[in-house]
Design a protein around this ligand. Structure first.
Ligand code: NAD
Ligand code: TYD
Length: 328
């Protein structure tokens, strides 16, 4: 396939591009704004065309979409804490950006896949969200992602655009920017920095290895029914405190580094996805959390050259603003 992958220089996008080019021989153009989270290094050694630009910029989109047969949109601001302190870019990228991409897909009659999140459903105490569950987002991140999903569905219903939406649960694995729970805790543990657990640490996340999300997205891109939503959930749920305790054990860090800090405003207590619909397409997650987490810890231990420039760059200032502490 000839794919336009937006946001392909980020964590999940770069894993997706790597898999599509090496396993499926796809021809990929990446359109990416290269925000703090997007890095060309993530795509090193992968054959692709790169267009530096924003999805909300029609000229960049017009350039990038030439020759594409389908659009896969990963481009997003993705950190809930940043959406609380600086929501502007979330509104611009998710609302205006998705609109510009949909218009371009419509002009060229291309199949369009929107990468979305379980967070659009809000929090669930017991049981799991299905694709029919109502959208009740809590943060500016999830609210703007939900808005983008609705806009995508409107283009399917109103303009007959071929669209599919994949809602993934929390991803982990190689190339994840260290602001997120798992890489933040791994790198802090390796450096002897405090391990900041929000609130009581009993919030539950449904962990999905990035390669399983990528295979799910590929499956839906090829076989998903137009106009439909597909949940892509990981096989394991785990409370944050337990995740941090496992990382302490795997890295041999001092357990006294674990520190309870002020909770996140509007913090969702639990996410859980039912993935029966995508399983009916023949998809299944291949990674159990215990094994996947151990492999991820090893990846960060072996790839200091990847994270050192991040940890010594802008991320330090972000960390200080967010946590009121300097990194060691
Ligand atoms: P990320 O923050 O690592 O990467 C986002 C990428 O998008 C970066 O390369 C960035 O430069 C690019 N980008 C941001 N704004 C842009 C714009 N306006 N125009 C062009 N490019 C832009 O994010 P990620 O974790 O890889 O997430 C990718 C997608 O998957 C997002 O849509 C996110 O909502 C969704 N998702 C993420 C998770 C998760 O756990 N990380 C789970 C489910 C769904
Ligand atoms: P995060 O990786 O930001 O993903 P999301 O909020 O999209 O689920 O956070 C995962 C969980 O970890 C969430 O419940 C918030 C919690 N958390 C901490 O306890 N401490 C931290 O420093 C971070 C970044 C997250």
């Amino acid at each position: 396939m000839k794919l336009l992958v937006c946001g392909g220089a980020g964590f999940i996008g770069s894993n997706f591009v790597r898999a599509r080019v090496s396993e499926f021989g796809d021809e990929v153009t990446v359109l990416d704004k290269l925000t703090y989270a997007g890095r060309k290094e993530n795509l090193e050694g992968i054959d692709h065309r790169f267009v530096h630009g924003a999805i909300e910029d029609p000229a960049s989109v017009a350039d990038a979409i030439r020759g594409a047969e389908a659009v896969v949109n990963f481009a997003a601001e993705t950190h809930v804490d940043r959406s609380i302190s600086e929501p502007d870019a979330f509104v611009r990228t998710h609302s205006l950006g998705t609109f510009v991409l949909l218009e371009a897909a419509r002009e060229h009659s291309l199949r369009y896949l929107q990468v979305s999140t379980d967070e659009v459903y809000g929090s669930i105490e017991s049981g799991s969200f299905t694709e029919e569950s109502p959208l009740e987002p809590s943060s500016p991140y999830s609210a703007t992602k939900a808005g983008a999903d609705l806009l995508v569905q409107s283009y399917s219903r109103t303009f007959d655009l071929e669209t599919v939406i994949c809602r993934g649960s929390n991803n982990y694995g190689p190339y994840q920017y260290p602001e997120k729970l798992i890489p933040l805790m791994i790198l802090n543990a390796l450096h002897g920095d405090q391990l900041p657990v929000y609130g009581d640490g009993q919030q539950v996340r449904n962990w999905l290895h990035v390669s399983d999300f990528c295979s799910g997205i590929g499956r839906v891109l090829e076989q998903g029914a137009s106009g439909e939503v597909y949940n892509v959930g990981g096989p394991d749920e785990c409370a944050n405190l337990e995740v941090v305790e496992r990382i302490i054990e795997m890295t041999g860090a001092d357990p006294a580094l674990l520190t309870y800090v002020t909770d996140r405003p509007g913090h969702d207590r639990r996410y859980s996805l039912s993935s029966e619909k995508i399983k009916a397409l023949g998809w299944e997650a291949q990674h159990q959390f215990a094994q996947g987490l151990a492999e991820t810890v090893a990846w960060y231990q072996e790839h200091a050259a990847w994270w050192e420039p991040i940890r010594s760059g802008d991320y330090r200032a972000y960390y200080e603003r967010q946590y009121g502490k300097s990194l060691g």
